[in-house]
Design a binder for this molecule. Structure first.
Ligand code: PPS
Length: 285
């Protein structure tokens, strides 16, 4: 069945989980509070991994919270129908997540001291992850093949719009003290170093044993086995074919799926769309 989209400012959202009214409220009414910690990502960039790590830092490695509360309640999804009311009624300090591009986010963020972590992943791996994930749901239009999804992705003709615009937009805040940019690839290569970076940003300290617990309970295997985190609790209404968030959790899986021609085209589009950033900005390039 063809999935319905809600269009807002030219960007598609899944009608099944996101209402136009919520998007309007976020932009015009929602007030970011100084104590908020906001996790921002383009979908399939490792959002839930980062949420798990942040929650475990807050509990100093104690897994009780992440093993008893679904991950979408630990850090509700701002623009989702279920998430918005939870967040506006939540007491500070609030932790929440969003995939919104910068121009659709509440303007109150830009004059706030709220802390923001923006996580970026190689868009080639984002594309592959999204293709397999959305294909097991009825939340987005079915491209029928990776080839078609590849074309849609490069044009930004997918939910949440263009990866390139999302990343360019949010990276405009990268010099702000309350804005931390992280990369999925660095998290994979040096998870402990990334956790330390997050702790410094949040003004938290972990002892060596606490750090080991954070590493242990946020590992791919631990999250895969944790029903609160692996999306096995996602409502059946949204699933068409055995959904699992924890697919591979690797870097470079795109090499198993792109043709040589697709890889070359992607490089070309990436160079064009991301021109102007300093060398070394993107760890996979
Ligand atoms: S969503 O639905 O947009 O919120 O998805 P998101 O959480 O952003 O991204 C899902 C991908 O993140 C991988 N993942 C992890 N990788 C490594 N370690 C851990 N602990 C981890 N947790 C989630 C997950 O496997 C998805 O990537 P792919 O490439 O599909 O495996």
């Amino acid at each position: 069945m063809m999935s319905e989209y809600t269009w807002f400012e030219g960007i598609a959202f899944s009608t099944k989980v996101i209402k136009k009214e919520t998007l309007e409220n976020i932009r015009n009414k929602f007030v970011v509070k100084e104590e908020d910690l906001i996790i921002l990502t383009y979908p399939k960039s490792g959002t839930n991994w980062l949420v798990e790590i942040v929650c475990l830092i807050q509990t100093k490695g104690d897994p009780k919270w992440i093993q008893s509360v679904p991950i979408w309640d630990c850090s509700p999804w701002l623009e989702a129908d279920y998430g918005y009311p939870l967040i506006i009624n939540k007491e500070v300090p609030r932790l929440f997540s969003s995939h919104l591009p910068i121009h659709l986010f509440s303007k109150s963020l830009f004059s706030s001291k709220a802390k923001v972590i923006y996580l970026i992943r190689n868009p080639r791996d984002v594309l592959v992850s999204a293709y397999f994930f959305w294909g097991k749901t009825n939340l987005v239009r079915n491209p029928g093949s990776l080839e078609t999804y590849f074309e849609w992705f490069l044009k930004g003709n997918v939910v949440y719009g263009s990866w390139f615009e999302h990343v360019r937009g949010w990276l405009s805040m990268r010099e702000c003290d309350n804005f931390l940019v992280l990369y999925y690839e660095d998290m994979k290569k040096d998870t402990k170093g990334t956790i330390k970076k997050i702790c410094d940003f949040l003004g938290k300290k972990l002892g060596p044993d606490e750090m080991e617990l954070v590493l242990k309970y946020s590992s791919f295997q631990a999250m895969k086995e944790n029903d609160m985190s692996n999306f096995s609790l996602v409502k059946n209404d949204f699933i068409t074919n055995g959904l699992n968030l924890m697919r591979k959790g690797t870097t470079g899986d795109w090499k198993n799926h792109f043709t040589v021609a697709q890889a070359e085209l992607f490089d070309k589009v990436f160079q064009e769309k991301m021109a102007g950033f300093p060398p070394g900005m993107f760890p996979w390039e």
